[in-house]
Design a protein around this ligand. Structure first.
Ligand code: CAA
Length: 378
């Protein structure tokens, strides 16, 4: 069994690590305070190939594979979780277009998304259909060759910044079979950016509602086959869950390094607190859980790369990594004592940022549903 990264994967990881430590980490507080990932950061990520890591070179991507994407995502998340989720969703949108788009759609959107000049948004969830997207109410009805879309979406990452939306809408019968997918340009008449969410964490990322009022789309906006939208969403989410597992891992790694640094410096009862068993046990548990999360995440990434079914493994990685990273961040706050509860230390931000990894890209409860269904089927 080979646990080593290959040369390309190491190169991508080191590139991401270098940018994350030298440039992004010092900006993380500003990104949170200003609630914005600056355009120069997005362009830099694009220039380094990090917005299209698993997209073919012919479409402007790095074509470095899923494992490389996973390790790069963890490095970026260690520095700034808001930038990481922005990067995650654009990679997911870019990959889904590269996989399911026709030639015109791929040529039009993939290189643009790869460049960092714009972002992608994944418009699936609705106010009353988050865990159960099969219950969505947004509709798209035919009008000659065009489509007319009415309804709304909720919790859309990068929604106010995106140049292109992958949008799901009901085109037929109730349930998962009556759903189709569309590519929508920002600024399309009838599309309105709605409420901006005031979030607990990842405050530098943008999360908005979208409203559609008689939004007219050309026939060419249909993405994939009519009625195949739900399947496309599920396949995209399988990959997206590997991304969020990797993000969780990065946030946890950041919190553990903060805790280690602090535990070696901070003195109590005449010695560094790292010499107390109470602290050592927290460090041991955190290191063990992060290593376990890494193995699950890399297994899911490797399976996706080998094009074997990986739905269950992606859900297991996302479930475990997000919950483990939350425990690691919680312990890191505890190691810092009162200081960990203040904005002066990064662990406070990481603790707020990590919480959402158990919610978005499918809640922990949904991951358990997916895993249990597949285990019972096996
Ligand atoms: N790959 C391919 N096809 C799949 C699939 C997969 N992983 N999962 C399901 N399908 C197919 C099924 O085979 C089935 O097809 P047939 O009808 O032809 O047999 C069809 O899709 C319907 O499947 P289910 O009956 O399993 O559907 P369901 O309604 O019971 O839902 C679910 C299953 C797993 C609970 C799903 O609804 C789900 O994943 N919910 C969570 C949604 C989610 O993760 N949202 C996140 C939003 S995006 C986000 O958060 C991004 C961000 O900002 C960071």
């Amino acid at each position: 069994m080979d646990f080593e990264l290959d040369e390309t994967q190491r190169l991508v990881r080191d590139t991401a690590r270098d940018y994350a430590t030298k440039t992004l980490a010092p900006l993380a507080r500003k990104i949170e305070a200003e609630e914005c990932v600056p355009p120069e950061v997005l362009r830099a990520l694009g220039g380094l190939g990090l917005l299209a890591v698993n997209v073919p070179e012919a479409l402007g991507g790095a074509e470095a594979g899923v494992v490389a994407y996973s390790v790069a995502m963890s490095e970026i998340a260690k520095a700034c979780s808001s930038t990481a989720v922005t990067m995650a969703v654009t990679n997911m949108v870019n990959e889904v277009i590269a996989t399911f788009g026709n030639d015109a759609q791929k040529q039009r959107y993939c290189p643009w998304l790869a460049s960092g000049e714009t972002l992608g948004a994944f418009a699936l969830s609705e106010a009353d259909a988050g865990s159960d997207p099969g219950a969505m109410r947004t509709t798209a009805r035919r009008d000659g060759d065009d489509w007319i879309v009415d309804g709304g979406k909720q919790w859309i990452t990068s929604g106010a910044w995106a140049g292109v939306f992958v949008l799901w809408a009901r085109t037929g019968e109730p349930g998962t079979k009556g759903i189709s997918c569309f590519l929508v340009d920002a600024g399309t008449p009838g599309l309105r950016i709605g409420h901006h969410e005031d979030k607990m964490g990842i405050r530098g990322s943008n999360t908005v509602a979208l409203e559609f009022d008689e939004m007219r789309l050309p026939g060419s906006a249909l993405f994939g086959e009519l009625g195949q939208g739900f399947r496309i969403a599920m396949m995209a989410l399988d990959g997206g869950r590997v991304g969020i597992a990797s993000q969780s891992l990065g946030i946890g790694e950041g919190a553990l390094s903060d805790a280690l640094r602090y535990a070696k410096e901070r003195q109590a009862f005449g010695k560094p607190i790292a010499e107390f068993q109470a602290i050592q046990w927290m460090i041991a548990d955190s290191r063990t859980e992060l290593d376990a999360a890494r193995l699950l995440t890399l297994r899911a990434a490797a399976m996706k790369q080998q094009r074997v079914p990986f739905t269950k493994e992606a859900s297991m990685a996302k479930l475990f990594a997000s919950e483990a990273a939350w425990r690691v961040c919680n312990r890191a706050v505890q190691v810092h004592g009162g200081y960990g509860y203040t904005r002066d230390f990064d662990v406070e931000r990481r603790f707020r940022d990590v919480r959402v990894t158990q919610i978005y890209e499918g809640t922990s409860e949904i991951q358990r549903v997916v895993i249990a269904r597949l285990v019972l089927k096996d």
